[in-house]
Design a protein around this ligand. Structure first.
Ligand code: SF4
Length: 548
């Protein structure tokens, strides 16, 4: 019996589940809740339950609708603006100065902003605390982390509390053993000593507090870390996880850097440098990287190689997982990378095989992210399947020259830098367009560069991939970076390839929309997107999917 036949035989008896829609709607509207919003939510939740054959009780439907309905009298249509003094929100930042070792970060999944960022933050605080004078350290009795905004709303599904604790006890994201984080999930009561000079303070997950989800925060991903002596505060810092694993804190100023050889703040300026010097965007980025950091070419490529190798490793380890592996969390999502890969390899037609295996590579890396294993932010954890899929496909299947992939990684980074510079890489600020959309644009630039496309085609490919993700919301089911994230990485990878295919087969100068215009649209759409669709799990699939 085929899979399809087997599925059919277990389906419920055919009846029209929506014949009487009254059963979907809770009759009573609780106090303090907007009527229209409440009715819509009960209807969506009820319809999803009936259609999926998953029966939620009227009480459950009501509770969920109340929890997510717009509070009366009126909803806020979009998230409050970021505080203007955050570096990430500043209007005029001059030329792009981001470097590859800041951008491509290795760390535990599933989220760069909710896992790697908070871990970098608590590790930063840990280092500050270890540098306090000995008399201060001697007084310390407690370390405490408070999570706010989106970090509090969806942190549980992202393992934010485990990542925060791991950093607090002195683990760095790039080198932490994922087993340490798995161990915290399996045994959440563990207590760890933190050594501050001669003082030792016990910390556990109880010291990481899920605090207010709504409030007047400088950034949707805000957290505070404190070192206390009884009720007295010895050291306190307010931090922001601003997307892609980047962090800031109150009073943050970016580190001083050397000037880039070819300054640019737009794709047009970057492409003009490439054209005027009769070279590629990748080579311009290499020259800038060397002048900003003072590193040699070999040192820059050494880092890029580490990132490439880590991407290949994450696809390999994802494909090697058992076909029926179940990812952590309440969704009980079965992995599918290995199955999709095997079936794709059996396809008769090469083109079908190509799309199938590219999807499988993206699923493999993204499922590794869902497991909380080490991934590479490109630009984020949720989108960590897109770039590795193309890197793996080009290097391991097409066997292209590694040097081309290195240059492609630098061109892809330029795309990510520009999106960060003028818009956002944070789903809490801009929804999924800022994650998978940017990842797909980066992967399109990588692919075009690998196939020796001129700078304008690289730009057009990136533009096209980004354009067709505009408006994409972030609505992870149960707050876990699994649905829609894992499959979405596969679609982002395939769209990147499609964008390259279109860009390399059109007359480049006739491409009507330029990359900079699309980044402006990304920023504007991010600003106006309803906050429910910005990694809060309050709407979209997070609402309509019924877990049972
Ligand atoms: S829906 Fe997109 S932006 Fe949101 S967590 Fe998933 S991958 Fe990230």
């Amino acid at each position: 019996m085929s899979n399809k036949e087997a599925e059919k035989s277990t389906e419920a008896a055919p009846e029209n589940p929506l014949a009487d829609t009254r059963q979907l709607i809770s009759p009573e509207i609780p106090n303090g809740v907007d009527r229209r919003s409440f009715l819509m939510r009960t209807a969506v939740g009820g319809a999803a339950a009936v259609l999926t054959g998953c029966s939620a009780s009227p009480e459950e439907k009501t509770a969920k609708a109340v929890a997510t309905a717009t509070p009366a009298p009126q909803a806020t249509p979009s998230a409050p603006p970021l505080a203007e003094d955050l570096y990430v929100a500043m209007k005029s930042k001059g030329p792009v100065l981001t470097t590859v070792d800041e951008f491509y970060k290795v760390g535990p999944g599933p989220s760069s902003s909710h896992t790697i960022g908070p871990m970098r933050i608590t590790y930063d605080f840990y280092q500050r605390a270890t540098k306090l004078p000995a008399d201060q350290q001697a007084k310390a009795t407690k370390l405490q982390v408070n999570l706010f905004g989106s970090l509090s709303a969806t942190g549980k599904g992202h393992g934010t509390e485990r990542a925060a604790l791991a950093g607090l006890v002195g683990n760095e994201p790039a080198t932490v053993d994922p087993k340490f984080l798995d161990g915290l999930r399996d045994k959440p009561d563990q207590v760890f000593p933190v050594k501050l000079g001669s003082k030792s303070i016990d910390v556990s997950l109880k010291d990481v507090i899920y605090d207010a989800t709504k409030g007047d925060f400088k950034h949707p991903n805000t957290m505070t870390v404190k070192l206390l002596a009884g009720n007295d505060v010895l050291l306190e810092q307010e931090y922001y996880s601003v997307g892609g694993g980047f962090i800031e804190w109150k009073g943050y100023t970016p580190p001083k850097k050397n000037a880039p050889k070819y300054p640019f703040a737009t794709m047009k300026e970057l492409r003009t440098h490439a054209d005027n010097n009769k070279t590629t965007i990748g080579k311009i980025m290499l020259a800038n990287e060397m002048s900003i950091t003072g590193k040699s070419e070999a040192e820059v490529y050494d880092w890029v190689d580490k990132v490439i190798n880590a991407m290949v490793a994450t696809v390999k380890s994802g494909l090697a997982m058992p076909e029926d592996d179940v990812l952590p969390g309440p969704i009980k999502l079965h992995s599918k990378a290995a199955t999709v890969y095997k079936r794709a390899m059996d396809e008769k037609y090469q083109s079908d095989r190509g799309i199938g295996v590219l999807s499988a590579f993206a699923l493999a890396a993204s499922e590794e992210n869902g497991r909380g294993h080490l991934v590479i932010t490109a630009p984020t954890g949720g989108s960590a399947g897109v770039m590795p899929a193309l890197v793996y496909g080009l290097l391991e299947v097409r066997k292209v020259d590694r040097q081309k992939v290195r240059e492609g990684m630098l061109a892809a980074a330029a795309v990510g830098y520009l999106c960060k510079h003028h818009a956002t890489l944070s789903a809490a600020e801009g929804g999924c367009q800022a994650e998978i959309g940017v990842a797909s644009a980066m992967a399109a630039a990588l692919t075009a560069t690998v196939f020796d496309a001129p700078a304008l085609v690289v730009e057009n490919a990136a533009e096209s991939a980004l354009e067709h993700h505009l408006g994409m919301t972030c609505d992870p089911v149960a707050g876990y970076v699994q649905v829609p994230c894992i499959e979405r990485c596969a679609f982002g990878a395939v769209k990147a390839w499609t964008a390259y295919a279109i860009a390399s087969n059109e007359i480049a100068s006739r491409h009507r929309v330029n990359f900079d215009e699309t980044v402006v649209a990304l920023a504007q759409t991010a600003k106006e997107m309803n906050s429910k669709y910005k990694e809060t799990s309050e709407a979209g699939l997070a609402l309509s999917v019924v877990l049972c």
